[in-house]
Design a protein. Structure first.
Length: 467
């Protein structure tokens, strides 16, 4: 099977997995708030928020292993060596999880928040182990197995949620339990397909520790970069929860969930791209970069047009979240800039082994977000300014990362980037201040002009160029 055919098959499996994930996300974002109520939904979103950070507690091991074996074949791996490291990693994660459960049981007096922290600690164990095996699948270009584990996880989540809603469950706790249980089922699937590694011969620990330390030292920069990336938005959400309470946190979280819908498929494409790019030459990498950068720049802003019908549909279905839809106009530019960051910058910087640069970009953007959000929340007392601070920080990171990467790839994207920022400003200002028909007309006209100015970039992407 040639590289292009394998790439496309992996991509199709990834799209199928993300399609089911999208269906699950739609259910969690559109159906749950309809039945749980604002406060219960706020606690559910708080759990989802906390679980998004549990990846920090593999301390770079998964990322380091992923970077070290990326591009290799499964047959080339030393199963006994990696299996021994996995067992030691399992023990480490178990100790962390049990410790977190113990501390949460003592520290938190609020029963809802205590329950959330304890279940997050349990989820930490399941997801970090599943992530480790999933990274191995991805690194050796067996992304289809990883995609199927995601499908299994999401299908069970969807079935459990529908069953709970059928029984008219209005408490957030059973939904969290089923969400955690689904991750455990996904882990079992990964263990079965990686049984040659998981149940391999246990080697001398002293022989495995140097390789584990190398994984930690290589991967920790990427792990911290990922956590810093998440904190760019996370710090604003924490401030909103702290100042305006769980209900406002839930409303903003709904807006972020809606904007994240459009990033799901991009995440899957970037997952498939990494091992494929590691196996290509520098010239092909540059060609792929230029084509994908052009397509993302042209297609991602189309989401601004979709905002207006989306606002109408969600407003009809969830009238109590009308404030969330207003903030969605400020958050939607995340799709344009974070989309390019995830597919191009993150992927290419990993391929080029520029994890340190990726860390620097994310730390700078996090520091910017922390300062702006804290000032907006605690000094200005404006939730609107907090949301804008989050978005500005994401745009800032995208600009500096893209400038660095484009120089590496020998491309000049400054003109197109200025046009993208102009289009974002037209959409955001018109959607926030103008009546909807006027805002839609201005946005559509601006996007039409943008496409006209870049009409030469519109061409078909030829995968066979990169065989």
């Amino acid at each position: 099977m040639n590289n292009t055919s394998k790439f496309l098959k992996n991509l199709m499996a990834a799209f199928l997995a993300q399609g089911i994930s999208l269906l699950t996300s739609v259910c969690m974002s559109f159906v749950l708030p309809k039945f749980l109520g604002i406060m219960q939904y706020g606690y559910w979103q708080l759990f989802i928020f906390y679980t998004s950070y549990v990846g920090f507690f593999h301390f770079g091991f998964n990322d380091g292993l992923y970077l070290r074996i990326g591009g290799k074949q499964l047959e080339e791996l030393d199963s006994d060596e990696i299996g021994t490291q996995f067992k030691l990693f399992l023990i480490m994660e178990l100790v962390i999880s049990i410790s977190a459960i113990f501390i949460s049981s003592i520290y938190f007096t609020n029963p809802e928040r205590r329950f959330i922290w304890i279940t997050t600690a349990i989820y930490l164990f399941f997801t970090n182990l599943a992530s480790c095996l999933g990274y191995i699948f991805q690194a050796v270009n067996k992304t289809k197995l990883f995609s199927l584990s995601v499908i299994l996880d999401r299908v069970f989540v969807l079935l459990f949620i529908m069953l709970l809603l059928w029984n008219k469950q209005t408490d957030f706790r059973p939904f969290i339990v089923t969400y955690t249980l689904s991750k455990a089922i996904s882990l079992c699937y990964c263990i079965w397909h990686a049984r040659k590694i998981v149940f391999s011969r246990f080697k001398n620990i002293l022989e495995s520790l140097p390789d584990m330390r190398l994984n930690f030292s290589i991967g920790i920069k990427l792990t911290i970069a990922t956590i810093m990336s998440m904190f760019i938005l996370g710090v604003g959400r924490i401030i909103i929860d702290n100042i305006w309470g769980i209900e406002s946190f839930g409303k903003i979280s709904l807006s972020l969930s809606l904007s994240n819908f459009f990033l799901l498929f991009i995440q899957q494409v970037s997952m498939v791209m990494f091992p494929a790019l590691r196996q290509t030459g520098n010239d092909q990498q540059r060609k792929i970069y230029n084509n994908i950068r052009s397509y993302l720049g042209l297609l991602l802003p189309a989401i601004f047009i979709a905002y207006f019908p989306l606002k109408f549909i969600v407003g009809w279905w969830l009238p109590q979240y009308s404030e969330s839809l207003r903030y969605l106009a400020l958050l939607l530019p995340l799709c344009t800039f974070d989309g390019k960051m995830q597919m191009l910058c993150n992927t290419y910087l990993k391929v080029l082994r520029q994890e340190k640069k990726l860390l620097q970009f994310n730390v700078c953007a996090f520091a910017m977000s922390l300062c702006l959000c804290a000032f907006s929340g605690y000094v200005l007392r404006s939730m609107t300014c907090v949301v804008m601070s989050m978005v500005v920080s994401i745009i800032f990171r995208s600009i500096i990362a893209e400038q660095f990467l484009s120089r590496k790839m020998g491309a000049d994207i400054r003109k197109m980037m200025v046009q993208e920022i102009t289009l974002v400003l037209v959409f955001t200002i018109s959607a926030w201040f103008c009546p909807e028909p006027v805002a839609f007309g201005l946005t559509a006209a601006a996007y039409g002009i943008y496409l006209f100015l870049n009409r030469k970039r519109i061409h078909f992407f030829q995968f066979n160029k990169y065989q």
